[in-house]
Design a protein. Sequence first.
Lengths: 205, 487
Amino acid sequence: MIQVIAFYLFATLTIAAGALTILARNPVHSVLWLIVAFFNAAGLMVLAGAEFIAMLLVIVYVGAVAVLFLFVVMMLDIDFAELRAGFVKNFPLGLLLAIVLVCELVLGIGAERAGGIQLGTPDGTAATAAGASNIEAIGALLYSKYLFLFEAAGIILLVAMIGAIVLTHRQRGGVRGQNISRQVARRPEDATVNMQPEVGKGVQL
Amino acid sequence: MDWSQSLRLVAPELLLSIAGLVLLLGSAWAKAERDARVITWLAVAVLAGCAALVAPALWDGAHGPDRLAFSGLYSADAFASFAKLLIYAAAGASLLVAPAFFDRVRAYRPEYPVLVLFAAMGMGIMVSATNLLTLYIGLELNSLAAYVLAAFLRTDDRSAEAGLKYFVLGSLASGILLFGISLTYGFTGTIGFTGIASALQGGLSTGAMFGLVFVLAGLAFKISAVPFHMWTPDVYEGAPTPVTTFFASAPKVAALGLTMIVALQAFGTQVAAWQPIVIFAALASIVVGALGAIGQTNLKRLLAYSSINNVGFLLIGLAAATPQGAAGMLVYLAIYVAMTIGGFVAVLMLKDADGNPVEELADIAGLSRHRKVLAACLAMVMFSLAGIPPLFGFWGKFVVFQAAVQAGLIPLAAIGIAASVIGAFYYLKVVKVMYFDEPANKAVGQSDWVHQALLALCALFISPAGYLLTKCLGALAASAAAVLFHA
C-alpha cells in the first residue's frame, strides 16, 4: 500500500515539476523545477528496485548536468522572450516531431503486443550474483571481471583532462602573480618609513 | 587465469600507461623546449621497449586460450603483435619528426609525446580486442588523444578547425558504432567475438544485420573508407604535419586491424553478409581516392586522397575473406606505413628559405635541380604508392590482388587494377612537376638530420632492396593472419 502511495506521489510530482519546467517564466526557476523532476524520477527508480540508476540520476543529472544548465542560464545572455517569439513560427515543425514520436510509440507498443522481437539469449557472462543488490552486483563485476576496461576508461578521462588543459592553458605575459616567499621575506623596515612632514609642505619619499 | 598471468600479457599497455603518467608528471616541470625534446626521446624509447615486449609473441605465432588476459577481454596473440609493431613504429616516427616542426613556431610542448603514448596504448587495446567493450574503449582512447593532437597548434586557425571537425565527425562515428554494438549485443546476447560468431552460425536476423552494418559504418569512418571519408582531406590538411603523419599511419593500422578482427572473427560465420559491403567500400575508396586527388594542389590533401585510395586496396584483401587475403593486407599495411611516413616526412622537409613549410604542389616545381636527394626520395615514394614494379609498393598490391583472384573475386581485382592506373596519373604528376617543370625555387630550406635519417630509412624499405624482406614479412604476416581463422 505504502508503495502505491509513494509511486503516485513521486509520479505526480515528476509530471508536475516537468510541466512547470516548461511553463516557468524565469529560466532559473525552470532549471530548479527540472532538478525537482530529477529527484522524483530517482525516487521512482528506487521503487522499481534500480537503486544504482537512482544514485546516478542524483549524482550525474542533479549534481552535474543541472548545475551546468544553471551556469549556462545564469552566465550566458540568452533572450528567452525572443526564443519564445519563435514558437508560432516553429509550431508546424514541432507538431510534425510530436506526430513522429506518437507514431513511434504506437509502433513500439504494437510490436510489443504482437509478441516482441526475437532477441538473442544472454550468454550469462554478465549475470550477477544471486541475492546481491544491484549496486553490489555492478561493483563486483566492474572491479573484478572488467577491471582492465574500467582502468582503461580511467585513462580515457585522464586524456580528456590533458586535452582540455593543453588546448586552453596558456602563459599570459604581464600578469602580476602573487609571490608568497617574497611577501613573507619582506620586513616592516623595508616597507614602511616614518616621516615628520612639516606643516604646509608635502611629503618627500 | 590468475592476475599475474593477465598482467604479464598486458605488459605493453601497462608499460605505456605507466610511462605516460610518469612523463606527464615530468612535463609539469618541463620549462625549456629542450626538456620537451628529452621527453620525446624517452617516449620513443618506451615505444621501442613495448615493441620488444610484443615481438616474441609474433615470432612464436602465439594464439589460443592461454594468450587471453582478464577472462577473455584481451588477447595478446600474433595478430595483435604484428599490428602493434607497426603501430609503435609509426607512433615513434611521428614523435621523432615533431620537435623540429613545432620549434619553428615555438609551440612544442611535452604533452605531445604523452598524448601519442596514450593514443598508442588505445590502438594496442584496439588490435587486442576480443569483445565489443574492449574494442570501444580502445577506439575512444585513441580517438580522444587524436582530437587533441589535431588541434595542437591552437593558435593556427586551420589546426583548430581540423580538431573541431575531427571531433564532431568522430563523435558521430562513435555514436553510429555504439548503436551497432548495442544492436549486435541485443540480437546475439553476447559481446565476445567468438560468442557472436557462434550465435550467428545459424543465420543472421534483421536486427543483427543492422548491427553489422552500423558497426562496419563506424569502423569505415575510422579507416576513412568511402562513403565515410569526407573528413580526411580537411583534417589531414589542417592538422600539423607531424600529426598528419601519425593519423595516416598508426590509427589506420589499428582501425584496419580492428575491422579485420570484427569482420573475420566476430562476423566470420556470416561472410556473405558483409562481403558486398566491403567490396563496395573497397571499389568506391579506390575510385574516389584516385579521382579526388587529381584536382588537388596541396600536397597534404593529395596524400590524404592517396591514403583513401590505399585503404580501398587494403579492403580488397579483406573482401577475399581468406587467410591469404588477411596476410596480404598485413604485408600491404607494413609497406603502406613505410610509404606514408616517407611521403609525409618528405613534405615536412620542404621548407622555404625562412624555414616555413611549403605544402603547395606548384611550389615544388623543379625540386630536382636544387634538392636532388629529396626529390629522388619523394619520387620513389610516389612511384611506390602508384604500385610501379621495381619498388616495394607493387608487392603489397600484388599479394592483395593475388588473394582476391584466388578467392574467385576476379571482377573486383580487374576493376581495382584498372582504377590503380587512374591513381598512377596523379602520383606521376607530382614526379613530373618535380623533374620537368620550370624551377619555382621555393623549397630551398635545409632540413633536420632526424627527418633525413627517417626518410632514408623509409626509402630504403620501399626500394627494390625491400624485396629481400618478402619471405620474412610474408611468413610473419601469414602466421599472424592465421590467428584470425583459428577460432
